[in-house]
Design a protein around this ligand. Sequence first.
Ligand SMILES: Cc1cc2nc3c(=O)[nH]c(=O)nc-3n(C[C@H](O)[C@H](O)[C@H](O)COP(=O)(O)OP(=O)(O)OC[C@H]3O[C@@H](n4cnc5c(N)ncnc54)[C@H](O)[C@@H]3O)c2cc1C
Length: 374
Amino acid sequence: MTYAMEGRASREPALFSPKPRAKPRGQSKGPGRADARRSTSGLKRNVFFRIYLLAMFLSTRFLTTMDIRNVVVLGSGCAGHTAALYSARANLKPLVIEGHEPGGQLSMTTLVENFPGFPEGIQGPELIENMRKQAARFGAEYRMGHVVKADLSKHPFELSFGKEIIQTRTLIVASGASARWLGLPNEHALIGHGVSSCATCDGFFFSGKEIAVIGGGDSAMEEAIFLTRFATKVTLIHRREQFRASKIMLDRARANPKIEFLTDTVVDDVLDVSKKEVTALRLRNLKSGESWDFPASAMFLGIGHIPNAKIFEGQLETDADGYLITQKNVFTRVPGVFACGDVQDRRYRQAITAAGSGCMAALEVEKFLEEEGH
Ligand SMILES: Cc1cc2nc3c(=O)[nH]c(=O)nc-3n(C[C@H](O)[C@H](O)[C@H](O)COP(=O)(O)OP(=O)(O)OC[C@H]3O[C@@H](n4cnc5c(N)ncnc54)[C@H](O)[C@@H]3O)c2cc1C
């Protein structure tokens, strides 16, 4: 027997059956009144003590069980809301942590014309608010804030949320990928009014216009080539003379008669906030120092995205750029952890694909919990 066990063994009997007081010598053999009273009150104390211990035991059991969530959804973009909707309708009472950007990327944009079901299109913030309301109607619980740490080595998983630790049997990671912006003074005010990070989403709005694409990698080439379907001219602006893009993509862009290149040039600002639309880009040539306003109806950023998956570093598999790697659409390498939307999709990055994979993740959570007997 170990020391610890010995200690426990010697303490427990004292707790559960307090020793009856030793009877003083020389007293009468039969139990007197005082003795009877003493033994009744001892018995009462013992019973109360046992009830107290039982209550303590049950309450901790009960609280612990109540505290463990069936499913936590990380993120409140299209993927997160859809996962919340499906898991709420499956009666799993999901908890959605909204993150630093409630509503996700769609809340930043204006008109969305390619989400099915809205023949006239719908404003991004309205679409995302509708999704939230729909999930909340079925019991999804929403909490503002950001998860700063996740421990997936334990089961239930532990998420650090402010000073609180949230425990959950399953986790849906729908934390998206934030577009890289240039950080220009007027850039954010013009997102959705000519500034965009998504050619597939917003290219159509600039049919017959002259536009600019910023960047020197494959994403910038791809965006520029795609945008020539709509624009009369696309100017690709890059801060260096050399491009990071692969030769094949660069050659393709160079061969396109609608694409022009401006190298060694940076954007200092985008105009014109007072008109609520992009009218020009303030450019500066890095070699000559010359600065000028370059007329354009839109500025598309082709400088990549940052997947919001840093808290899972070393726990979930990622590619070289930090996107989560999934198998069979939404499975991560940790059983019970599913990923959906842009955080695991660098190829499509659309509201509808994010929503679709959010649905898949929730259906897999249902199956997982069922197999686990919950
Ligand atoms: C300007 C712009 C216009 C667009 N227009 C269109 C369009 O017209 N049509 C279209 O189909 N697509 C469009 N898109 C793309 C579309 O918005 C995205 O594909 C979609 O939003 C991805 O959804 P998501 O849920 O995966 O991620 P996101 O929308 O990026 O949401 C991620 C969520 O995760 C949260 N989060 C991140 N980290 C944490 C954390 N640690 N803890 C808790 N929460 C966290 C964030 O707060 C956010 O709520 C556009 C994108 C942009 C930027």
